[in-house]
Design a protein around this ligand. Structure first.
Ligand SMILES: Cc1cc2nc3c(=O)[nH]c(=O)nc-3n(C[C@H](O)[C@H](O)[C@H](O)COP(=O)(O)OP(=O)(O)OC[C@H]3O[C@@H](n4cnc5c(N)ncnc54)[C@H](O)[C@@H]3O)c2cc1C
Length: 383
């Protein structure tokens, strides 16, 4: 990217690259071996300041501009998906909370999250509803208390978090008007059931939860924004940069897949020659390179549009995610193909990269949903 390179930033980028390639890889192996994220990994990410890169200084963050932060996200994404997930989520959740919170709430919820002292889980998806205005989890207000009823699932960090930033709707309402966002403490509240549901295909180590609420009392002052603003908090300004960040995660992980494919192709010999000398393999590598560069350019374009407040920034955000996840699918598939049957075995890192990549097609909305956003803009002449 053609931005002036600041010396401090360059040093930070090199430090992160060294950490990802060194201790990060050791942690990746431990996570795969044990199926859980070691407690000290979270502590290390926090103490190194990697969880507070993107938040502004007024919230205790390091205030790195978005497109520069993405360059760091690209590097973290070459690492284990759980490391990438921790960095992506904690560097992003403040964006949903900050614009809607009172000063008192900011001190209580946002600052401790940015500092890595408290973990906030983004809690929206439901098993029996579509993500968005279709929400079915409800609250009923009685005085200063909301009583929460409903079920959430697929919630990353939902087991171990301190707070669920949760989307619900006022009982009896429909559409986006009745929605609200609320901070629900994960402290064994009455009627709250937390089910560990972490047996996933990839992204091993990160916990995921099914949550059930039955008349669970939550104080009204924990509400984020007003009644009716739930979708604005949870999907509004937050989703746009977050989709671009996921798109850049795809670029970083694709780069890792390509690196592994190149190394393997230069090592593996068949019929007396390295497979890297075969045109079929060279074509895979060339296609991967071009695919990655094209997606990266679009992701950075989307990041600049967001930073400049461009009116079509949301469209570019969805478009960049669409292109980047499809690219990642192709690149990881070809990288695995280059490994031959070996690549299917867990002892080879490409096996994990391939599994982890698949999750990115769901995060922050599937491509089918991104296409709806883009098509609407195309058909109404917004782009
Ligand atoms: C690893 C991982 C971590 C996650 N972490 C979180 C988290 O922390 N918090 C959270 O809230 N959620 C989380 N999710 C859930 C994720 O956001 C959803 O899986 C995603 O938004 C898709 O929603 P769904 O699973 O309900 O799919 P569904 O909505 O059931 O969709 C099923 C299929 O139908 C398509 N479809 C659905 N609606 C439409 C439509 N209107 N038009 C056309 N096609 C449609 C979809 O594209 C998909 O192909 C996570 C998911 C994964 C895989």
């Amino acid at each position: 990217m053609t931005q002036p390179v600041d010396e401090g930033f360059e040093a930070l980028r090199s430090e992160i690259a060294a950490w990802v390639a060194g201790p990060g890889e050791d942690y990746a192996q431990r996570i795969e071996d044990t199926g859980s994220v070691p407690g000290e990994l979270f502590g290390e990410l926090r103490d190194r300041g990697y969880l507070s890169l993107a938040a502004p200084e007024r919230l205790g963050g390091r205030g790195i501009p978005f497109s520069r932060y993405l360059e760091l996200m690209e590097i973290f994404s070459r690492s284990h998906a759980s490391i990438r997930m921790l960095v992506h989520v904690i560097n992003g959740t403040w964006r949903a909370m900050d614009p809607f919170m009172t000063d008192e709430q900011r001190e209580r919820f946002v600052v401790p999250s940015v500092k890595g002292e408290k973990l906030v889980a983004f809690t929206l998806t439901e098993a029996t509803a579509g993500t968005g205005a279709d929400l079915r989890t409800t609250v009923r207000r009685e005085g200063d208390t909301y009583y929460l009823n409903g079920e959430k699932h697929l919630i990353t960090f939902g087991v171990t978090c301190d707070w669920w930033l949760l989307g619900a709707r006022l009982e009896g309402s429909s559409g986006k008007e009745g929605t609200l966002a609320i901070m629900v403490p994960n402290t064994g509240l009455p009627g709250a059931e937390v089910i560990d549901d972490s047996q996933t295909m990839g992204v091993h180590g990160t916990d995921h939860a099914i949550l059930r609420f039955h008349d669970t009392p939550v104080p009204v002052p924990n509400r984020v924004g007003e009644e009716g603003q739930g979708l604005e908090v949870l999907l509004g300004g937050f989703l746009l940069p977050s989709r671009v960040s996921v798109a850049m995660s795809c670029v970083g992980l694709a780069e890792r897949a390509q690196e592994l494919a190149v190394q393997y192709a230069q090592r593996r010999e068949t019929f007396g020659r390295k497979i890297a000398e075969r045109q079929a393999i060279q074509f895979f590598l060339a296609e991967n390179y071009a695919d990655i560069q094209a997606a990266r350019a679009l992701v950075l374009e989307a990041a600049r549009a967001y930073e400049d407040g461009a009116p079509h920034a949301d469209v570019l955000s969805s478009a960049s995610k669409m292109v980047a996840v499809d690219m990642l699918t192709r690149v990881t598939d070809k990288a695995l193909q280059i490994h031959g049957g070996q690549g299917y075995w867990k002892r080879n890192p490409i096996e994990r990269v391939y599994r982890d990549a698949r999750a990115q097609r769901f995060e922050e909305g599937t491509n089918e949903i991104q296409k709806l956003v883009v098509a609407r803009a195309v058909l109404t002449g917004r782009v």
